[in-house]
Design a protein around this ligand. Structure first.
Ligand code: PNS
Length: 176
């Protein structure tokens, strides 16, 4: 009897505070690898985030609206428990540079130890995005730099609302 092809569910977890074009590139690539991709935002009460989970969900929804098999959700607690609850077989994580690898390997091995039947897949974003992180984007906009092309338009607009030009070029006043 012919075997029914498995319906593969993937989880792409992260803080997404906020989503960058690097994340978006991975979501697009990941959505081609699995049948259904759940982008899962970690709700971490202890970690001070710039955007609430609701705001991050909204930005992710808008930015990923063109991918029909992508869903946005959030989770608390252990990732593998959430992945199991969602019947996911695959966890997708992005690797930008070798510096990401050590921590990612540690997490992947711990997750495998906790839940051996869930496989972590490391993916590389396009090299055009390999230097982008949410942290750096926030720092650049906070200090008045241009972030166009680094984040989806909805995120750029939200960040501009949060940092409406303060801290820019104070040195000009000193030198004139
Ligand atoms: O975007 P980030 O902040 O690098 O994502 C990290 C994340 C959310 C994937 C990681 O912190 C995580 O999985 N947290 C949930 C708690 C957990 O499962 N910890 C054990 C991982 S080994």
């Amino acid at each position: 009897m012919a075997k029914t092809p498995a319906h593969v569910i993937g989880i792409y977890p992260g803080s997404f505070d906020p989503i960058t074009n690097g994340h978006l590139d991975l979501i697009e690539r990941g959505s081609r690898l699995v049948d259904h991709l759940v982008v899962a935002i970690l709700r971490n009460e202890k970690k001070q985030a710039l955007f609430s989970v609701e705001e991050r969900t909204e930005m992710l929804r808008v930015a990923t609206a063109r991918f029909p098999n992508v869903e946005i959700d959030f989770f608390d607690g252990l990732l593998v428990h959430y992945a199991k609850h969602r019947n996911a077989g695959v966890i997708i994580r992005g690797i930008r540079a070798i510096s990401d690898y050590e921590h990612e390997l540690q997490m992947a091995l711990m997750n495998r130890r906790l839940q051996p039947d869930i496989e972590t897949v490391f993916m590389m974003a396009s090299e055009a995005y390999s230097f982008i992180s949410s942290q750096l984007v926030k720092e650049v906009i906070r200090l008045g730099g241009n972030i166009t092309g680094l984040v989806p338009p909805i995120v750029e607009a939200k960040l501009k609302d949060r940092f409406p030009g303060e801290n820019t070029q104070q040195w000009k006043q000193h030198s004139s």
